[in-house]
Design a protein around this ligand. Structure first.
Ligand code: HEM
Length: 528
């Protein structure tokens, strides 16, 4: 009985003990010392004080006390799996990227899906953007395609990212709402940022409540470059298309599922892979050159715009299959570090000001989150191809340079001198002429915030349009300040008059004038 097991000090071979022997391994400390008793701390007398000498207790508790690391500042809640990418059509004439050369060749991959705004413990079916981050362990280094399930973004310049996320996350005084866009700060920021209107249409649509990760598209969002062996560049937009098709749930279903099973999406992914029902996506590319880009009436460097698929069809070049669960969530899914600046020879950036800012942000945050510049030594982040460099030391260094030389140039022979640069195979940045003077300015080509928002809304079926209207009414009804609600409706008038009228009616508002300025005026900024 309970009282008997308390009465008898354990450690005397009683039948309640689970002991090593046969196939059961011996429990040890982290120094490898076999443990005789993992149930009781060392005391002076059976009822006496605990002793400082108890190194097993202190080591166990010390390690437990330090188990938590900071959650990701965004995309904190996520779920990952291993798999592979298989090339089905060569892009060898367009890029020297090794992964795109040989049809049929497989490249190992790790994918993490996520929500953006909620904390690590938030519910899966939040109305939110989903992250779709793919790490491809290519033969010429790791390529991370850190995308979302929506092809555009809220803002055009990384300078605004901290503001966007502050506004979307719980309000600083009350610390709610958790993982919801339905609050004043979010809509205040959005209504003062007309560039977000295209994204707003997508996030108020059914796209933001996927049925599961397996039914979700993915997008690289930015315009990237593919670069061939001669240094010629082709613009590219990346798309992941789910084999199962695109499916969402309705809002009332999402609310019920979140209540009944907040782990619905992660459970779905785990169960599918465990059952051998491996989720699969096609990789599509939209390819175009500078001459073609110059003909668009928007800027291909503006992440709030898509490249219409009627003008540039999506060409399918490969498939991504997720066929292996993680062994350990923390070691793999939590410690994986994706970064937009992880590109490989043949893939390069453009001057998209959002992408340029992201290239700084990920590495910076990961040093804080994972605690050491050596996070590339963690198996999930390490390249799977041969690698050699002179980086050394720092917290938890596991792969220091071997041998005499840890610098170059050096005059040690081939066996001791370490690795050397390779001008023929090494990564070379695309050579681009500078655009002009050093300025802190938003170009005029980024100014049209409504046309593509309208095109997206018009592309929806009547029931999907109704869902967008319902979502806007629901979300804005949680906003307390009438001027913020009204300012949102004034933007909707520039997208679709019927939508604006529906939302105004749903909120019991007088119809405001259409928003005039692409940037907010001082009048907009004054609280009513
Ligand atoms: C995660 C910054 C825009 C997709 C993150 C993290 C940061 C960040 C700091 C946490 C990374 C970590 O702790 O490992 C930014 C900035 C942006 C931006 C500064 C704009 C200037 C975007 C866009 C996309 C995106 C446009 C989609 C194309 C993701 C994804 C993750 C993430 C998928 C989660 C990666 C994972 O699963 O570990 N972002 N982000 N972000 N971001 Fe962004």
């Amino acid at each position: 009985t309970l009282s008997e097991s308390f009465a008898e000090p354990q450690g005397d071979g009683g039948e309640t003990r689970q002991v090593a022997g046969g196939d059961v391994a011996v429990l040890t400390t982290s120094q490898g010392v076999p443990v005789s008793d993992d149930q009781n701390s060392l005391k002076q007398g059976a009822r006496g004080p605990a002793l400082l000498e108890d190194f097993h207790f202190r080591e166990k508790m010390f390690h437990f006390d330090h188990e938590r690391i900071p959650e990701r500042v965004v995309h904190a809640r996520g779920y990952g799996a291993h798999g592979y990418f298989e090339l089905t059509e060569s892009l060898g004439d367009i890029t020297r990227a090794d992964i795109f050369q040989r049809v049929g060749e497989k490249t190992e991959a790790f994918v993490r899906f996520s929500t953006v705004a909620g904390s690590k413990g938030s519910a899966d079916l939040a109305r939110d953007v989903r992250g779709f981050a793919v790490k491809l362990y290519t033969k010429e280094g790791n390529w991370d395609l850190v995308g979302n399930n929506i092809p555009v973004f809220f803002i055009q310049d990384a300078m605004k990212f901290p503001d966007l996320i502050h506004a979307a996350k719980p309000e600083p005084d009350r610390a709610f709402p958790q993982a919801q866009t339905a609050h004043d700060n979010f809509w205040d920021f959005i209504s003062l940022s007309p560039e977000s209107m295209h994204m707003v249409m997508w996030i108020m649509s059914d796209r933001t409540i996927p049925r599961s990760f397996r039914f979700m598209e993915g997008f690289g969002v930015h315009t990237f470059r593919l670069v061939d062996a001669d240094g010629k560049s082709t613009f590219v937009k990346f798309h992941w298309k789910p084999k199962l098709g695109l499916q969402s749930v309705a809002w009332n279903e999402a609310v019920k599922i979140n209540g009944a099973d907040p782990d619905f999406h992660r459970r779905d992914l785990w169960a599918a892979i465990e059952a051998g029902d491996f989720p699969e996506w096609e990789l599509g590319v939209q390819l175009f050159d500078q001459e073609f880009a110059d003909k668009f009436d928007f800027d291909v460097l503006d992440a709030t715009k898509i490249i219409p698929e009627e003008l540039v069809p999506v060409r399918i070049v490969g498939r991504l299959v997720l066929d292996r669960l993680v062994d350990n969530f923390f070691a793999e899914t939590e410690q994986v570090a994706f970064c937009t600046q992880n590109v490989v020879p043949g893939i390069d950036f453009t001057n998209d000001p959002l992408l340029q800012g992201r290239n700084f942000s990920y590495l910076d945050t990961q040093l804080k989150r994972l605690g050491s510049p050596n996070f590339t030594h963690i198996p999930i982040n390490a390249p799977r191809c041969p690698f050699a460099h002179f980086q050394q030391d720092g917290h938890m260094a596991m792969r220091n340079p071997v041998g005499r030389a840890n610098y170059e140039p050096n005059s040690w022979g081939p066996s001791q001198g370490g690795p050397r640069e390779d001008p023929t195979r090494g990564f070379r940045s695309f050579e681009e002429a500078p655009d002009g003077d050093k300025l802190r300015i938003r170009p005029e080509s980024f100014a049209d915030h409504y046309s593509q928002a309208r095109q997206f809304y018009m592309s929806q079926t009547p029931i999907e349009r109704k869902h967008i209207g319902d979502a806007l009414v629901f979300e804005l009804s949680k906003v307390e300040r009438p001027d913020i609600r009204s300012r949102m409706v004034s933007h909707l008038r520039n997208i679709d008059e019927n939508l604006a009228a529906t939302v105004a009616k749903g909120l019991g508002l007088e119809m405001p004038k259409p928003a005039q300025a692409a940037r907010p005026t001082m009048e907009d900024l004054a609280p009513s």
